[in-house]
Design a protein around this ligand. Structure first.
Ligand SMILES: Nc1nc2c(ncn2[C@@H]2O[C@H](COP(=O)(O)OP(=O)(O)O)[C@@H](O)[C@H]2O)c(=O)[nH]1
Ligand SMILES: [Mg+2]
Ligand SMILES: [Zn+2]
Length: 291
């Protein structure tokens, strides 16, 4: 049997099955060779194909970035080669603010730009929720407010020519954002993906959508938790951007910014330069990582 070799882009991930887009525009459902390979949406992969059309992923090209999270059991790359992480929260349902801290940390560790998106601005109480997110804008992260049901114009300039991924708890409006962003392109949702997702209303697998020649966006299933173990074992404190000016200024080189005397980070917190909630998240993540 002759096997054809080619390289393609992973546009769908569903457990151990992947949808790969080939340069000729065709999509192929692929299995993965061996246990070692852990491909993700956004990866460029080498595949081989027999006559039966189904492919086998045999290699992953080097990644420019990877957004990873970890739960109690395993580490999982949500998306590869992304340049922008869009963390989506909404006026309703309620969201967990610590999740936002985790996204900022994971984005910094991955070398990606983090953008905070507040959706459902049409609902009552929107302004109060926006005000609660203002501290993230003060840290230098773009804070975009929108009503995805009506349009996503404020977001469009940030998506242009970028490879982005949406993260957020389910119900925040991620799929609505994607559908609005795609507009007429929406019809192009692959039939392979349709069959993998058959009969389900919620996103059960990760999916990449092209927005232009150099731009795409990845939608992932809702995440209530976002473990950050591996990625920041060295350098957790650096992933908190507002800590950076104070690092190296504590009395003790191995200061944990917890109980030590003459801690520059805690001093900055007392001076209002670092939010107490962020320092608390730092300590929680640190315990999580060293546990
Ligand atoms: N009021 C309001 N509801 C929205 C808006 N965007 C999305 N929704 C609704 O929120 C629910 C969850 O949206 P969905 O896109 O599926 O969220 P996902 O789980 O994050 O993908 C759906 O019922 C949407 O119709 C919005 O801008 N305003
Ligand atoms: Mg969804
Ligand atoms: Zn310190």
């Amino acid at each position: 049997m002759t096997r054809r070799e080619s390289a393609g882009l992973i546009v769908g991930a569903h457990r151990r099955h992947y949808e790969v887009e080939l340069p000729d525009g065709g999509n192929v459902l692929c299995a993965v060779k061996g246990r070692q390979l852990a491909p993700a949406c956004g990866d460029t992969v080498d595949i081989t194909q027999g006559t039966d059309r189904e492919g086998l992923i045999v290699g992953i090209h080097p990644r420019q970035s990877e957004l990873t999270r970890e739960d109690a059991y395993r580490q999982k790359t949500i998306a590869a080669n992304v340049s922008v992480v869009l963390g989506v929260v909404a006026v309703e349902p309620a969201f967990n603010p610590e999740l936002i801290d985790r996204w900022t940390v994971a984005s910094e560790a991955a070398g990606c730009r983090f953008v905070l998106v507040l959706n459902k601005m049409d609902l009552p109480g929107a302004e109060a929720v926006r005000a609660r997110l203002e501290p993230y804008a003060a840290l230098g992260y773009a804070l975009i407010t929108l009503t995805a049901r009506q349009g996503i114009d404020p977001l469009r300039p940030l998506l242009a020519n970028e490879r982005s991924v949406l993260v957020g708890q389910s119900g925040m409006g991620k799929s609505t954002i994607i559908n609005t962003a795609l507009g007429d392109l929406r019809a192009k949702t692959g039939e392979i993906s349709e069959s993998l997702n058959a009969g389900r209303h919620t996103t059960t697998h990760t999916r990449l959508h092209r927005l232009g020649p150099a731009a795409w966006i990845i939608d992932s299933p809702g995440m209530k938790e976002f473990g950050i173990h591996q990625l920041v074992r060295s350098g957790l404190e650096h992933a908190f951007v507002e800590f950076r000016p104070f690092l190296g200024m504590c009395k003790f080189r191995d200061c944990t910014h917890d109980h030590e005397p003459q801690c520059a980070v805690r001093a900055a917190c007392s001076d209002g330069k670092i939010a107490a909630t962020r320092l608390a998240t730092y300590h929680r993540l640190r315990r999580e990582i060293t546990a």
